[in-house]
Design a protein around this ligand. Structure first.
Ligand code: NAP
Length: 230
């Protein structure tokens, strides 16, 4: 049975992704902050994506039981109403730390999805950040330092997440692992609000495209509904 770990599986798009995969027969590990919030039919894994020790503890538990992962969906995110450092901790440092910590558990040909946003389009970011993110030699350590500075808000954090996907894609290519940043579009979740044009199902379908990529499929790109976006 294939196994997927989904962060932010408590509600919104992450929950929809978790429930869909579980209904298709995947073993789903719902990474949530509150054990009561995990969808039924999935296995609860507690993690606070803003807390490096909580991420390390989750990785230790999974490594101890030699948990193979066929898919990792870094979906947990925050939009606004919190300090910039928290936005960057959840949206960038969390996915960076979790993916790095779980690398050894990823199956050959695993899929990794970073859930991004159209607001992360590089052309919409300030020139200073664009210059830093455009450096082709950027390493994970460089991105970690950049994210610790928290240079901006939500859009800047997602632009950086897109580059994180590219860096992991290059690193994991030898194992056939495909890593992409995928936007769900503007979705009617707690984050997107009731006026958003897209349903949870439509948002989740966009994300799931990255989980279902065939071997040798796209890697290191930014997509929505299976189409490349900026
Ligand atoms: N909705 C949109 O229109 C839209 C558009 C573009 C991109 N996105 C992206 O899609 C992803 C999911 O968004 P959504 O609309 O489903 O948002 P949502 O309904 O607000 O749900 C956010 C999820 O992230 C989790 N989360 C937040 N902080 C966390 C932390 N510190 N540790 C662990 N989990 C944490 C929440 O868990 P709790 O229940 O514990 O708070 C919840 O499961 C996000 O990355 C978001 O940026 C959304």
């Amino acid at each position: 049975m294939a196994t997927a770990l989904i962060t932010g599986a408590s509600r919104g798009i992450g929950r929809e992704v978790a429930v869909t995969l579980a209904a298709e027969g995947w073993q789903v590990l719902s990474a949530v902050r509150n054990s009561k919030s995990a969808p039924s039919g999935t296995q609860i894994e507690i993690v606070d994506m803003a807390d490096p020790e909580s991420i390390a503890a989750l990785a230790r538990r999974l490594i101890a039981r030699n948990q193979r992962l066929d898919a990792l969906v870094n979906n947990a995110g925050v939009y606004r109403g919190v300090p910039a450092r928290r936005i960057w901790a959840v949206n960038v440092l969390g996915p960076l730390r979790l993916t790095r910590a779980l690398q050894s558990l990823l199956a050959r040909d695993a899929r990794v999805v970073m859930v991004t946003s159209g607001l992360g389009a590089l052309s919409a970011q300030p020139p200073g950040l664009v210059k830093r993110l455009s450096d082709p030699k950027l390493s994970l350590a460089d991105l970690e330092h950049l994210a610790e500075e928290a240079p901006g808000g939500y859009g800047e954090s997602k632009a950086t997440l897109n580059v994180l996907a590219r860096v992991f894609a290059k690193q994991l290519e030898p194992q056939g692992i495909l890593v992409n940043a995928i936007s769900p579009g503007w979705v009617r979740s707690d984050m997107g609000g009731p006026s958003a044009p897209r349903s949870l199902q439509q948002g989740a379908a966009s994300v799931l495209w990255g989980v279902r990529l065939p071997p040798g499929g796209s890697t290191g790109g930014v997509f929505q509904d299976g189409k490349a976006i900026e």
